[in-house]
Design a protein around this ligand. Structure first.
Ligand code: ASP
Length: 425
């Protein structure tokens, strides 16, 4: 009886945590113990696990565009004042850019400490040179122009986040300006926003099942032996991610907002676990906004704007992978980087982070831009491609934690945090 009660009380965080661990173990059992065959390969891994896992990601993605659009319209309508919005925007951008630059510094330092590319046995690694050749990155001018929506409906239909943010901000500000005249439209957006938040909660309650299936399938497909020659590189990236998450972010949070960092991470854990299992920042937007509101007391006025923006332009985890990859490739190919090269890497990796979309593996594509800037051979990306999935998962968790920390600090600076909610969560 007692036991059943305890089970019923298990919160979403615990359930997701259990799903993550059990899913990883189950995946490894599938990979190493269960022999290949129709039941394992087609019915289980590519059948049930694939369908349920991807189905869950699709449900989360279904929420993103309507939720982001409505909540930004409502948020900017509530703030109304373009000056205030501007202040929030400038502070957010400043935080995002600073934390990204810090992340690359941490990564470069870690790379030089561990020397991941020294004495590498190249023959043990399969390079996907052909795939690297087909990677393309967008030009700087195009990246800037892409912020302006030439067709807002097209932006909504294709999920172009920056364009959606810009259009929604403008609509919200105009609704605030027109006031009573457009009350009906304002009410429509705020009621539609309520619908989307309710839908988010419904989908989130399925997160433990989704996380279990996603993690099991990933681990069932990963050959851990491929990691060995690249172990130092992987450890370098993972350690730098930990430094960024637990020292840089939590330090900034404590200094700028005074909130308890341990409690923050504990409350935010379900979102990190979800980002880890999906490797998709974009799909975590609804969950992030909801968790920040319900567990940290962060007003949606702020988070509805800063979280989608962060998921699109703030990729500190990705920047870390790119920093360590630069040191790794330089060492593997015997290229000496000068201090000026390091400065270039800090600049281009910050830009690459802005240009990286919040979906799986894009960090590898924008890495070509960073390699090109200091003359490193892009073929080196082929070396790390094979093991990138697991690092993609870890860096995505850091990417979205950075957004949440910046959001909380900006909310604190704008008196938009209900500390009682944080205290009682
Ligand atoms: N998967 C990452 C994200 O969604 C992007 C990347 O680094 O590839 O944040």
């Amino acid at each position: 009886m007692e036991n059943t009660k305890a089970k019923k009380k298990m919160g979403l965080t615990t359930k997701i945590f259990v799903a993550l661990i059990v899913g990883a173990l189950f995946g490894m059992v599938l990979h190493y113990i269960i022999p290949s065959g129709h039941i394992k390969d087609h019915i289980l891994v590519e059948g049930i696990l694939y369908i349920v896992g991807q189905g869950f990601i699709r449900l989360m993605k279904m929420l993103v565009v309507p939720l982001v659009f409505c909540s930004i319209v409502c948020g900017s309508m509530a703030i109304g004042d373009t000056k205030k919005l501007g202040t929030v925007g400038v502070r957010t951008l400043a935080f995002y850019l600073t934390t990204t630059a810090l992340a690359i510094c941490v990564a470069l330092a870690m790379g030089n400490l561990l020397d991941p590319g020294v004495g590498l046995d190249m023959s043990a690694i399969s390079a996907n040179a052909a795939e690297v050749q087909t990677m393309e990155s967008t030009s700087m001018a195009q990246t800037i122009l892409n912020i302006i929506p030439d067709n807002p409906i097209g932006a909504l239909a294709t999920g172009n986040m920056l364009q959606i943010i810009v259009f929604a901000l403008i609509v919200g500000v105009i609704l605030a300006k027109l006031g009573e005249k457009t009350e009906t439209v304002g009410n429509f957006f705020s009621q539609f926003n309520d619908i989307m938040m309710e839908m988010t909660m419904m989908v989130m309650s399925l997160a433990p099942i989704g996380v279990f299936c996603l993690i099991s399938r990933t681990f069932a497909g990963i050959g851990f032996s491929a990691f060995l020659p690249l172990a130092k590189y992987m450890i370098g990236v993972l350690l730098a991610l930990c430094v960024q998450c637990f020292i840089v972010y939590l330090g900034l949070l404590k200094i700028f907002s005074g909130l308890n960092p341990i409690k923050f991470i504990k409350n935010f854990f379900p979102v990190m676990a979800f980002a880890f299992s999906t490797a998709t920042s974009n799909a975590t937007i609804p969950m992030s906004i909801d968790t920040l509101a319900k567990k940290m007391g962060v007003s949606k006025r702020i988070s509805s704007f800063t979280i989608p923006l962060g998921a699109t332009i703030n990729m500190d985890g990705t920047a870390i992978m790119q920093g360590v990859a630069v040191v790794f490739a330089a060492q593997a190919f015997g290229i000496v980087l000068t201090p000026a090269d390091y400065v270039t890497v800090i600049g281009t990796a910050t830009l690459a982070s802005i240009g990286t979309a919040g979906v799986p593996s894009v960090g590898l594509v924008t890495l070509t831009m960073v390699f090109n800037s200091v003359g490193l051979p892009v073929e080196a990306i082929g070396l790390i491609m094979g093991i990138d999935r697991i690092l993609d998962m870890a860096r995505t968790a850091v990417n979205i934690t950075g957004d949440a920390v910046c959001t909380t600090i900006v909310a604190h600076q704008n008196n938009a945090i209900d500390r009682e909610v944080f205290k009682n969560s």
